[in-house]
Design a protein. Structure first.
Length: 589
């Protein structure tokens, strides 16, 4: 969690109010990105004082209250710790210049990062000061752990961690402090295997998934990625953190949203990372679909109005399964299931005693039929089904044979738990009616039978031919899933926020711009576009919570009706819009 991004207020107090929602999502640990005062660059990783809070976030007492509420909800709070450097205008620069490494008497910028100075761990005073800071947050706020930044730095000796980690773990009797090291220690930084960290980053695994990208569809590649991860994990005695995105991928690496990195693969790859091994990590806002670039230097606010029910419900269900099913612990081995007739489907089981889970992923861009052999025949419970997870959670009993055929939709997934469990039907989808938030809003609505990632690219000559998207590189901005029609079609919305006037043209694209669903037709302000039709089918004028009302069906001479409460008669013009009369809807074009 980046406190400054997590809420509109960007404070500890405001974030504290959202902890119940994180508990509903199944979160056990909240890792706070750096909460210290920032240097001139605005980077949270360039701190000026390790014993103060960023004044924009609130006071130390506010952080203490945040931690206290998290503990009431049985959640831990870890702080992001930056041991390698400070901001160039940090307090220590003047009060303790001896704490810094120097070359020819001049302080050093590590990795040519011009906003920070390198700390010197050959200085005993610096070592003591850093350890005092680690103790400080335990004393002041009762925090539960540290995510340690850039532990692979050659400037920090392994001996420091070998001394400091036990020191801090033993600091408060009965208080457990966990250390996560920001490095792929198992595969990249072997010298840190004896440092004492409780968790490392499965960094190479995430890099492999990113390399799989948007077009990946061959299951053998995913199996190879998994085997590399699992083989490397056998030689370590610490846990591993798995993830599909974080603040580096989202912002530092050229601004890569989940859709830009993975396309529709983002859903099955999330299932893969959750069920394969290790401790899964969710980057803040990922549950909305992760299609917003969050500049953590500027604390870009998460748009919680953007919703992705499929992603949120998938994460929530995966977390529930990981909590409830012992087979998903790290102590269990992955057993690959033989799949015939389809190279795009990957299946595996994990077993621990009587506990067993079966995961099936279809990476193809089309519905796949595949036969699985070697299954443990009997009663299974389907806990996660990509076909209906956007509607909500469900469970369904199914008898599986040792050889079992499956039909799974494009980029679909199933997670089964062995045994008999109570069944739960998914809730009926809420019917969404396209509405405007305000009368001067510039928006479009797109109806499609397929749930996928859609983007809007709008442009015209009003501003010199520029694209009127926040993301001015193709394919423009991600559209927001709003809900479904009564027939089950999906409705997406895009609202222009960059200009006050409407553009002229519109393209709606699918799968990160690879497929143009709608192209070359004039943009219609408040237009309603339906896949497969070349013209807008409706103009929306109804604003959120306010509807024009007719006292009778469409008026002929002598009929009396009202618009927004104003008495009208049939001699007056009836403007286009949606009208409601005695429960009936009338569309006037």
């Amino acid at each position: 969690m980046n406190v400054g991004s997590f809420t509109q207020a960007g404070t500890f107090e405001a974030a504290q109010q959202q902890l119940d929602e994180l508990k509903t999502l199944g979160v056990d640990i909240v890792w706070l990105m750096p909460i210290y005062p920032r240097g001139t660059s605005g980077s949270p990783y360039a701190a000026t004082n390790f014993q103060k809070t960023n004044p924009k976030y609130g006071s130390i007492d506010d952080l203490k209250a945040f931690v206290s509420r998290a503990h009431e909800l049985s959640m831990e709070v870890w702080l992001d710790w930056v041991p390698n450097h400070t901001a160039t205008n940090a307090d220590w620069v003047t009060s303790h210049p001896e704490y810094y490494a120097k070359n020819g008497g001049q302080m050093i910028h590590p990795n040519n990062y011009g906003d920070v100075w390198q700390l010197d761990y050959n200085n005993a005073g610096l070592v003591n000061a850093m350890n005092d800071c680690l103790k400080f947050w335990i004393d002041q706020c009762n925090i539960d752990g540290y995510r340690c930044d850039y532990v692979s730095s050659s400037w920090i000796p392994v001996s420091y961690w070998q001394t400091t980690i036990p020191l801090i773990k033993q600091y408060k009797p009965g208080k457990n402090i966990t250390f996560l090291g920001e490095a792929d220690i198992a595969q990249d930084v072997a010298r840190l295997k004896t440092a004492g960290f409780d968790y490392d980053y499965a960094w190479q695994f995430q890099g492999s998934l990113a390399n799989y990208g948007t077009a990946g569809n061959v299951s053998a590649r995913l199996k190879a990625f998994a085997n590399t991860l699992l083989d490397a994990s056998k030689s370590v005695d610490f846990g591993r953190m798995l993830y599909v995105t974080n603040h580096d991928q989202n912002f530092n690496d050229g601004g890569r949203t989940l859709t830009k990195m993975y396309g529709d693969n983002r859903y099955p790859l999330t299932v893969f990372a959750y069920t394969l091994y290790g401790m899964p990590m969710i980057y803040n806002g990922q549950e909305t679909g992760g299609n917003q670039i969050l500049d953590y230097f500027a604390d870009t606010k998460i748009d919680w109005n953007t919703k992705d029910a499929k992603m949120r419900n998938t994460i929530r269900t995966l977390t529930a399964i990981k909590h409830a099913v012992p087979a998903l612990s790290d102590a269990t081995q992955v057993e690959w299931v033989t799949v015939t007739n389809n190279s795009s489907v990957l299946a595996y089981t994990k077993k621990l005693g009587d506990s067993q889970v079966l995961v099936i992923l279809n990476m193809a861009a089309a519905t796949s039929n595949a036969t699985l052999t070697g299954l443990d025949a009997g009663e299974w419970s389907l806990w996660l089904n990509s076909e209906n997870i956007a509607q909500g959670t469900s469970r369904k009993q199914q008898t599986l044979g040792a050889t079992q055929p499956f039909t799974i939709e494009a980029k679909g997934y199933r997670v089964y738990v062995k045994g008999n469990y109570s069944e739960e039907e998914p809730p009926a989808p809420e019917v969404y009616t396209p509405l405007l938030d305000s009368a001067d809003e510039i928006s479009i609505f797109f109806e499609t039978p397929a749930s996928s990632s859609y983007s809007a690219w709008v442009w015209g000559n009003l501003g010199g031919g520029d694209a009127y998207c926040t993301n001015t590189s193709w394919p423009g901005d991600a559209m927001t899933f709003m809900g479904q029609t009564s027939t089950g079609a999906n409705i997406y919305k895009y609202t222009i926020t960059k200009v006050s006037e409407a553009p002229q043209y519109l393209i709606i694209s699918k799968d990160n711009g690879n497929t143009k669903i709608y192209d070359g037709v004039d943009f219609v302000n408040h237009g309603y576009y339906v896949e497969g039709k070349g013209i807008p089918t409706q103009v929306i004028t109804t604003t959120n919570g306010i509807e024009d009302t007719l006292l009778a069906p469409r008026p002929s001479d002598g009929r009396i009706y009202t618009i927004n409460g104003e008495l009208m008669n049939s001699g007056q013009s009836l403007r286009p819009g949606i009208y409601i009369s005695n429960g009936q809807k009338f569309i006037i074009k």
